[in-house]
Design a protein. Structure first.
Length: 221
C-alpha cells in the first residue's frame, strides 16, 4: 500500500484496528466485514482536515450537505447483506457519497453498481477507488430511486439515503432470494428495514433506528 493509503499516527493501521475492536464490542460479528473495515483507509474518504477523526465511530461531513456514514452503520448494513438467502454477487448501491461503503462492498462481492445524484461526489469517490486499485465497481450519475434497470436483477440492494417510503422500483430490481437493506421514514424517525424477496412476496424485518440524509429526486452537478 502507498504511504497515503497506509496512513500514519491517527490514520494508521493501529487506529483502524482500534475501530474494529470497538465495532466488535458494539455487536458486529461478521469477520468478513470486520476484516474489510480493517483494511480500508477511511481517512482518504474525508477531507484532509478531518482525516484524524476518520476512525472515530461517527458520521462526518463530506460536502454538499452529505455525510460519510458511521462505521457501525456501514458494518451493520453490510453484515445484513451478507446474510441474504442467496450469496450476494451482484450488488446495487444507491448513494455512493464518499465511496467508503462502496469500497467495503467491493472487497466482499463480485460486482458493485453504485449510483449517486451529486456528480462532484461521484467523481471524487471514483478517484479514491481508482487509487485503491478497485476494479469491480461501475458508477452512474443518476437518481438512484429508480435503481439501475440495465443490470437488474441484483442479489442485494443497499440504500444509504432515506426515503419516506420505500420505492417499488428498487424492490422490483431484486432477484428472487435477494435482499434489500434501506433506511426509511421521516427525519428523526428512520428505521433500517430489510426486505427479502421470495417467489411471490417480500418478507420484511427491521434492524436499528438510524439517521440518514434524505433520498432526493433529480440530479445535481
Ligand atoms: N455510503 C455513503 C453515504 C453518503 S450520504 C458514504 O458512506 O459516504 C448519502 C448519499 O446519497 C449522498 O451522497 C446523496 O447525494 C446520495 N443520494 C441522495 N438521494 C439520492 C438518489 N435519489 N440517488 C442517488 N444518490 C442519492
Amino acid at each position: 500500500m502507498n504511504q497515503r493509503l497506509q496512513g500514519i499516527g491517527m490514520t494508521s493501521q493501529r487506529t483502524r484496528e482500534r475501530l474494529v475492536m470497538r465495532l466488535r464490542e458494539s455487536g458486529i460479528k461478521s469477520e468478513l466485514v470486520l476484516n474489510a473495515i480493517k483494511s480500508t483507509p477511511r481517512h482518504i474518504f474525508v477531507d484532509e482536515a478531518l482525516a484524524t477523526r476518520a476512525y472515530e465511530d461517527t458520521a462526518l461531513p463530506i460536502g454538499h450537505g452529505q455525510t460519510i456514514s458511521q462505521p457501525h452503520t456501514v458494518a451493520r448494513m453490510t453484515e445484513a447483506l451478507l446474510a441474504a438467502n442467496i450469496p450476494p454477487k451482484k450488488v446495487l448501491e444507491v448513494g455512493t457519497g464518499s465511496g467508503y461503503q462502496t469500497a467495503i462492498l467491493s472487497q466482499l462481492v463480485e460486482q458493485v453498481f453504485s449510483v449517486e445524484r451529486i456528480q462532484a461526489l461521484q467523481l471524487r469517490a471514483r478517484a479514491r477507488l481508482r487509487e485503491m486499485r478497485v476494479s469491480n465497481v461501475k458508477f452512474k450519475h443518476d437518481n438512484g430511486s429508480m435503481g439501475w434497470l440495465e443490470n437488474a436483477p441484483y442479489d442485494c440492494i443497499i440504500v444509504t439515503a432515506a426515503p419516506v417510503q420505500v420505492p417499488d422500483e428498487l424492490l422490483m430490481q431484486l432477484a428472487i432470494g435477494g435482499r434489500m437493506v434501506i433506511p426509511a421514514g421521516d427525519t428523526g424517525q428512520q428505521v433500517l428495514r430489510v426486505f427479502d424477496r421470495d417467489i411471490d412476496c417480500f418478507h420484511e424485518s427491521q434492524l436499528d433506528d438510524v439517521q440518514f440524509v434524505p433520498l432526493l429526486d433529480g440530479v445535481s452537478q
